[in-house]
Design a protein around this ligand. Structure first.
Ligand SMILES: *[C@@H]1O[C@H](CO)[C@@H](O)[C@H](O)[C@H]1NC(C)=O
Ligand SMILES: *[C@@H]1O[C@H](CO)[C@@H](O)[C@H](O)[C@H]1NC(C)=O
Ligand SMILES: *[C@@H]1O[C@H](CO)[C@@H](O)[C@H](O)[C@H]1NC(C)=O
Ligand SMILES: *[C@@H]1O[C@H](CO)[C@@H](O)[C@H](O)[C@H]1NC(C)=O
Ligand SMILES: *[C@@H]1O[C@H](CO)[C@@H](O)[C@H](O)[C@H]1NC(C)=O
Ligand SMILES: *[C@@H]1O[C@H](CO)[C@@H](O)[C@H](O)[C@H]1NC(C)=O
Length: 931
């Protein structure tokens, strides 16, 4: 729904404020400023003088010399909202900071109080309590749309105003949280302990320009309750902070020490009570003698469980001048937060603390459900001021020319666009607002017909008078049951108004339409017309449904460049399977044909839950995989042939092709059901990624992404392209096979059963390690169960590790999910990346996939994305990877392909097809196979 903001705001230039050449991803907006300038820190400030609303003012404060705070922009204290819209890069984390320094700009000494919102989400209430004290609000968010907006509204006293607005782009992600699609992180405290001065540490010491507030700044109600014996310590030695986004070295070089054995502080936490994210940063910066030790515990009132873990910085951080950052990603904290670090009895030194960060979770409001439609509407009027109010159409307050209902995700109920000089047709977007009750479009210059309002069943009042509308009154108007007022006067409408319509309880004014007349009721014909209409309506409806179904199929096919997926009957006596034609149908092989092709089941190439797979070659040279089902797979012939019929209908380039079956009496093997598939030369994804032969290279990251893309397309087809949809029920890396060109196809899907039908002959599906946890509860597979399994496969692609392992994940951890989750949540993606990728990947695409995998692995199916969303993400990651490759050109591209071409594959135990002699693989280029 929000996607459409993209097109709209991208095309909109006059309120989008773009950054100048700053540290990447910095925007510093000097509200009310006249000129652009660079401050002492090297930050480049941009004037907001193109902003169309509000007034500017200058303030004068004795001790404020920073230019950006000496100007501001203020707005009327009305019931509107005023929004700044800023460009961002999607899938990237940012800090947004807004500051407010009143300075008695209006000479009224009435301290303003108003609200700020981030998009549709209430952010904070700004309460000014002093002309010279700056209020600052900071929020960290993951951008999901190309623009964000910050809006001011709801002034209860004074006039809303803003001094600066800043955006700072992060690099990777210590601020990743599991909940980031539902919650923003609102900054409550970011403290530099033991600071050498009252000045905060920020850019350029902190490359992301976070403001690390000095603990020596004695703000009221802030850092009171300092324990006796609390001393500052500092060092000039460099501190190893490991990675970006950890606190800057300068912050870590100072600390406080509780020389009497304890450190105590009390903070007032904005945004609390509630749940939040809290992290302490420690680094040993004092000289400890070999006999010294520093061990301490965190003590929180009423939370004995947090006191259990002891901190021993030297041990936890593996040495001096190293960072250790324990914390809680989801902890409940009060507004007045008292905490204490207490020396352990065995410790010789008191506790030490370098820095601390606390953020509260701010629930994201998804905004109006009508966003898409209304953005479609405003995008047609790029030059009109009313079309650029920004933010959500309904929240926190609606745009000035709209009214919305009070649902949590509001619907638009009224539109007031009278006398706006609008031309052209009435935009059809308006007819996509199902909650619309009142529509005012009078006094414009609209031409063309009145659109079809069938979808707006709630419409009560319509004002279309004084336009240049023509054509007849659409019958849809007559069908609006709630319509009470219809104003059409002074247009160029024509035709007949039925007298039935006039009899309704309706205010109707249609004077000034010369060709519009009241019709006489044609009693005799009414019945005939109604019947005629009904018949044609039924016919039309049926035709439409057929047409839609048909078109849908056709379009899908074209869109995916599918092979023709004709629904073809099973051909019992077809003579031969043609070379590599795409549209083969299920063919009934005779047993002797199978025997001949497999040389009497000579070469076993795999086995799985369903039986054994043999290699075969048909007379015409086509290689096949022959799957002999175990006798208990099917209860009866009928079930088997149902399954075959289903299989023969499913054709997609990313699904292993089903060629035929055989159900003759078979004496020398135990089963009488055989399925024949195309042979896949490069075996399974599992062997390729999780267990590549030693001495050989591995598949590159971009190739892995392409494999994931292929597999996702196959699954997408099962979920959305088949009617009824098919749930795979046993997705795993050993069910993803690779062909000669290393293109991936999903296998074993047919036995998966169409959704909606019941129990497949008691076959238990699913594989431990890939199995949806919800399945244990519901015993039901859904598309979302496949998504869970796919999430596991994505983790395998990232890490090169198997889904389950007794050794690979450290003590007590057996599953890749548990292992990866821990690392990803702590922002440490490097810990899970397959070392054999040799650092040839971009961290952005890696994060993209890791995050999507985490979404896929949500415990509840409803929270997981659809396969199409996952596919989209994979495709974006591929684009990022390709862009990076192009950017590097020459040498690095070569090094990647050299890694690729050294892949070597051997046999193994798999479900379908593997090869005996090793085969060389090179990206998408086919290599001669040495057979
Ligand atoms: C300030 O910089 C912005 C962005 O580069 C530019 O659009 C604008 O014209 C500049 N304003 C002034 C007053 O120079
Ligand atoms: C600025 O001066 C005012 C009084 O004039 C004082 O209350 C305030 O703390 C000062 N601010 C700073 C940052 O020094
Ligand atoms: C406006 O602010 C007042 C006082 O802060 C608050 O009670 C009210 O709920 C706010 N209104 C809206 C629409 O947010
Ligand atoms: C961002 O990350 C890249 C790669 O991890 C690193 O080279 C770069 O220095 C980082 N930028 C900052 C500002 O830390
Ligand atoms: C109405 O729009 C036309 C162009 O479409 C423009 O020339 C005219 O000035 C506008 N009138 C008003 C009152 O905005
Ligand atoms: C209908 O519209 C015309 C023209 O605007 C107006 O003069 C007349 O009073 C209206 N009639 C009613 C019943 O509202």
């Amino acid at each position: 729904m929000e996607k459409c903001w993209i097109c709209f705001f991208l095309s909109l230039t006059f309120i989008i404020i773009t950054a100048r050449a700053q540290p990447a991803g910095f925007v510093s907006l000097d509200c009310g400023g006249k000129d652009n300038f660079t401050d002492d820190l090297g930050l480049e400030w941009t004037s907001d003088n193109q902003f169309p609303y509000g007034e500017v003012a200058n303030i004068l404060l004795a001790n404020e010399t920073r230019k950006q705070y000496m100007t501001l922009r203020y707005f009327p204290a009305d019931n509107k909202k005023y929004c700044y819209t800023l460009d961002v890069k999607t899938r990237t984390r940012y800090l947004v900071r807004a500051s407010f320094l009143y300075g008695n700009f209006d000479n009224s000494n009435v301290y303003p109080k108003f609200d700020i919102a981030f998009g549709a989400t209430y952010w904070s209430t700004i309460v000014i309590s002093d002309a010279s004290t700056m209020e600052v609000r900071e929020l960290m968010f993951l951008a999901t749309t190309p623009t964000i907006s910050v809006c001011l509204s709801n002034a209860t006293t004074g006039q809303p105003f803003v001094s600066t607005l800043e955006l700072r782009q992060f690099n990777g992600s210590i601020y990743y949280t599991e909940h980031e699609t539902q919650f923003f992180l609102s900054v409550s405290a970011r403290i530099n302990f033991g600071a050498n001065s009252e000045d905060p540490v920020r850019y350029p010491d902190d490359p992301f320009d976070r403001i690390w507030v000095s603990d020596s700044l004695k703000k009221a109600n802030y850092l009171v309750d300092v324990a006796p014996g609390t001393k500052k310590v500092s060092t000039t030695m460099p501190i190893d902070v490991n990675r970006d986004e950890r606190p800057p070295v300068k912050v870590m070089q100072t600390a406080v020490v509780g020389t009497n054995g304890s450190l105590t502080y009390r903070l007032n936490l904005n945004g609390f009570p509630g749940f939040g994210w809290a992290v302490c940063y420690f680094a040993e910066i004092e000289d400890l003698s070999p006999t010294d030790s520093r061990i301490f515990r965190l003590v929180l009132p009423n939370m004995p469980e947090v006191s259990k873990a002891a901190v021993n910085i030297l041990e936890n951080a593996h040495g001096k001048y190293q960072l250790y950052e324990p914390g809680y990603t989801n902890i409940s904290l009060p507004f007045v937060f008292s905490f204490k670090f207490l020396k352990a009895t065995e410790s010789t030194r008191g506790p030490l603390l370098n820095a601390m960060e606390i953020n509260s979770y701010l629930e994201i409001n998804l905004g109006s459900l009508d966003t898409t439609a209304i953005i479609g509407l405003v995008s047609k009027y790029p030059l009109a001021n009313w079309a650029h109010e920004g933010g959500d159409p309904c929240l926190p307050v609606s745009w000035s020319w709209l009214r919305c209902n009070s649902d949590p995700q509001p619907r638009i109920t009224s539109i007031f666009l009278s006398g706006k000089n609008l031309t052209g047709n009435i935009p059809s977007d308006i007819t996509n607002l199902p909650g619309l009750i009142e529509l005012w479009l009078d006094g414009n210059s609209f031409t063309g017909p009145i659109p079809d309002f069938t979808g707006c069943t709630e419409l009560k009042i319509i004002h279309l008078e004084n336009n240049h509308l023509n054509g007849e009154l659409p019958s849809s108007l007559m069908n609006l049951e709630n319509l009470r007022e219809l104003y059409l006067q002074n247009n160029m409408l024509s035709g007949i108004i039925s007298s039935d319509f006039l009899r309704r309880n309706l205010v109707l004014n249609f004077t000034g339409n010369i060709n519009l007349h009241i019709g006489k009721r044609r009693e005799r014909n009414t019945l005939g017309i109604i019947i005629g209409c009904s018949i044609s309506a039924v016919f039309l409806l049926v035709a439409t449904i057929f047409c839609c179904l048909f078109m849908n199929r056709v379009q899908r096919r074209y869109a995916e460049e599918d092979e023709p997926a004709a629904v073809l009957p099973v051909q019992r006596n077809a003579s031969l399977i043609k070379g590599d034609g795409a549209s083969e149908t299920a063919y009934c092989f005779s047993f002797s044909e199978i025997e001949e092709a497999t040389k009497t089941f000579e070469k076993k190439v795999g086995s799985g839950g369903f039986g054994v797979v043999y290699y075969g070659k048909l007379k015409d040279g086509k290689e096949i995989a022959v799957k002999v089902l175990t006798s208990d797979s099917y209860q009866g012939k009928r079930e088997f042939s149902n399954e075959v019929t289903l299989l023969s209908r499913i054709h997609h380039r990313n699904l292993v092709q089903f060629l035929g079956y055989c159900q003759d009496e078979v004496k020398n093997i135990e089963s009488n059901s055989i399925l024949v598939y195309e042979f896949m030369h490069n075996g399974t994804l599992k062997e390729q990624v999780c267990a590549p032969l030693k001495h050989e290279g591995t598949i590159s990251w971009i190739k892995r992404l392409e494999i994931a893309e292929d597999a996702a397309k196959g699954i997408e087809y099962l979920h959305t392209g088949c009617v009824p949809s098919v749930v795979h029920r046993d997705l795993k890396s050993s069910n993803i096979l690779l062909d000669k060109h290393m293109r991936a196809k999903v296998s074993d899907f047919g036995l998966s059963k169409a959704e909606g039908t019941n129990a497949v002959s008691g076959i238990v599906r699913g594989t431990v390690g890939y199995l949806d946890p919800e399945y244990y509860i519901s015993q039901q597979f859904t598309e979302k169960s496949d998504i869970y399994s796919f999430g596991v496969i994505l983790l395998e692609l990232i890490s090169g590790k198997e889904a389950l392992s007794n050794e690979g994940f450290g003590i007590g951890v057996r599953s890749i999910v548990q292992w990866a989750k821990t690392h990803i949540q702590s922002g440490d993606i490097h810990a899970i990346i397959d070392p054999s990728l040799n650092d040839i990947y971009t961290i952005q695409s890696m994060w993209k996939i890791a995050e999507k995998a985490m979404m896929c692995l949500q415990p509840h199916g409803v929270m997981r994305p659809s396969i199409s969303e996952v596919l989209k993400e994979i495709q974006e990651a591929i684009l990022i990877e390709k862009a990076a490759l192009t950017a590097q050109e020459g040498h690095s591209v070569e090094s990647i392909s050299s890694i690729r071409s050294s892949v070597n594959i051997g046999g193994g135990s798999i479900d379908l097809g593997t090869i005996d002699p090793p085969v060389l693989i090179d990206g998408s280029i086919e290599q001669p196979t040495p057979r």
